[in-house]
Write a protein that binds this ligand. Structure first.
Ligand code: ADP
Ligand code: RBF
Ligand code: MG
Length: 393
């Protein structure tokens, strides 16, 4: 009971329906666009560096294409680019991954009978192709594509049409959007808007949104008068377990020296795709260190706003007293739960105290069967066994 009360959030405004954006909000479209664009640019001797990201998020396909042609000074017209690029990209439409929390949100709203609409600048046929493998079509009461209204986002047309077809007042709709044109459209439609920016470190640009969250995991529907999620367990949210591993490398030296909290850094070479799939934030799980054992672990993924890292890093704190460093040794992590988004702090003391809160939450949660069962995971334990057999031979 206490755990539940401490996570309850104040109501901001009462809504009755939810309108969801697709690309960048429910689907990791950016990841696929990036991969296809990267290989496409090679043909023109150019290298992808993400310079177009802000100009293509939330745009219509034609606007996004014009932005790419301009950003990379391609020797072709926008029309030529569209003709060549679209088929390359559409091969991948049906295997774009759902973003973390997307299925959870859709299932939750459906289970409680909350009317939901999907409103995207993509064409109706694109939308249907993209959602086909996720089984979402039946979940939405209404689907509106950019080709079904006069003007795409940032015009409010798509959202107004969605509200009309849902048969609700715009002011009773909550829009969830990742892009600036989408947020602009939602506010122009007179709706409440939660922004979930898909481009990192850009949340300051979203001031017109009613709330800015880091990922769908951080949405609290009760703040909008909607039924709360019931899957939080004492301040933790179970996630689909995922693992990552590699040799421990030297970090910034701030963990033990500045914070008094050592965090082992993993080399992310070859892991940038995996890491970009997981929202920044504080997670926990189990960690195996070669020759040593399996330990409880709490970690941050992200840019550590307090120190403003240039790269997204993954920094696990193993909840065990080690007498020495283990640089170079193999570390394997199994992530099983989520605690909170990463945050900035007014002082070093407040950051440190929050990290100790995280530790306590993780330590307690990992005693629960739902999380403790993963301690026996073969990925973690094979590291210990492999080392043992070498030692004995
Ligand atoms: P950081 O990399 O966080 O800036 P340091 O490089 O000073 O900080 O210290 C991290 C190193 O401390 C790890 O790479 C590891 O070898 C060692 N270490 C000792 N105890 C722990 C622990 N409990 N959890 C993680 N790392 C630890
Ligand atoms: N740094 C931040 O700037 N913001 C955070 O919210 C944050 N949360 C953390 C949570 C945990 C559990 C741990 C172990 C570290 C956290 N850090 C955070 C610090 C960061 O990961 C890293 O230790 C420092 O940047 C030193 O390299
Ligand atoms: Mg570190």
């Amino acid at each position: 009971m206490i755990g539940k009360m401490s996570t309850a959030k104040p109501v901001r405004k009462l809504v009755s329906s939810v309108i969801l954006d697709l690309d960048g909000t429910l689907l990791n479209t950016d990841g696929v666009v990036t991969n296809v664009l990267r290989s496409y640019l090679v043909k023109y001797g150019k290298q992808w560096d993400g310079r177009e990201a802000l100009k293509i998020a939330g745009r219509t396909p034609l606007e996004a294409s014009a932005a790419v042609v301009e950003a990379y000074e391609l020797p072709c017209t926008t029309e030529e680019f569209v003709k060549e690029f679209t088929p390359m990209f559409s091969d991948h439409w049906s295997n774009i991954k759902a973003l973390p929390g997307a299925n959870r949100l859709i299932n939750h709203l459906c289970a409680h009978g909350i009317p939901i609409a999907l409103a995207s600048n993509s064409s109706r046929s694109n939308i249907e192709e993209k959602i086909s493998s996720h089984g979402w079509k039946e979940s939405f009461n209404v689907i509106i594509g950019g080709d079904e209204v006069k003007a795409g986002k940032p015009s409010p047309d798509i959202f107004l049409e969605a509200a009309k077809q849902l048969n609700v007042q715009p002011s009773k709709c909550l829009v969830i959007e990742d892009s600036i044109p989408g947020v602009t459209a939602g506010k122009a439609a007179g709706m409440e808007v939660v922004a979930v920016p898909s481009i990192p470190k850009q949340s300051h640009l979203y001031t017109m949104a009613d709330e800015v969250i880091n990922s769908l995991l951080d949405l609290y529907p009760e703040q909008w008068g909607l039924p709360p999620f019931e899957d939080w367990i004492e301040g933790t949210l179970p996630v689909e377990p995922w693992h990552i591993g590699g040799p421990v490398i030297k970090g910034f030296g701030r963990g033990s020296k500045v914070l008094g909290i050592p965090t082992a850094n993993l080399s992310l070479e070859g892991y940038s795709n995996l890491l970009s799939e997981h929202p920044s934030g504080v997670y926990f799980g189990w960690a195996a260190v070669s020759k040593r054992g399996v330990y409880k672990m709490v970690m941050s993924i992200g840019w550590n706003p307090y120190f403003n890292n240039p790269e997204k890093t993954i920094e696990p704190w193993l909840l065990h007293e080690f007498k020495d460093d283990f640089y170079g040794e193999e570390l394997r992590l199994l992530v099983v739960g989520y605690i909170r988004p990463e945050a900035n702090f007014p002082s070093l003391e407040s950051l440190i105290s929050k990290i100790y809160d995280d530790r306590k939450i993780a330590e307690q949660a990992l005693e629960r069967p739902i999380y403790s069962k993963y301690k026996d995971d073969p990925y973690l334990n094979s590291l210990l066994e492999a080392t043992c057999s070498i030692t004995h031979s």
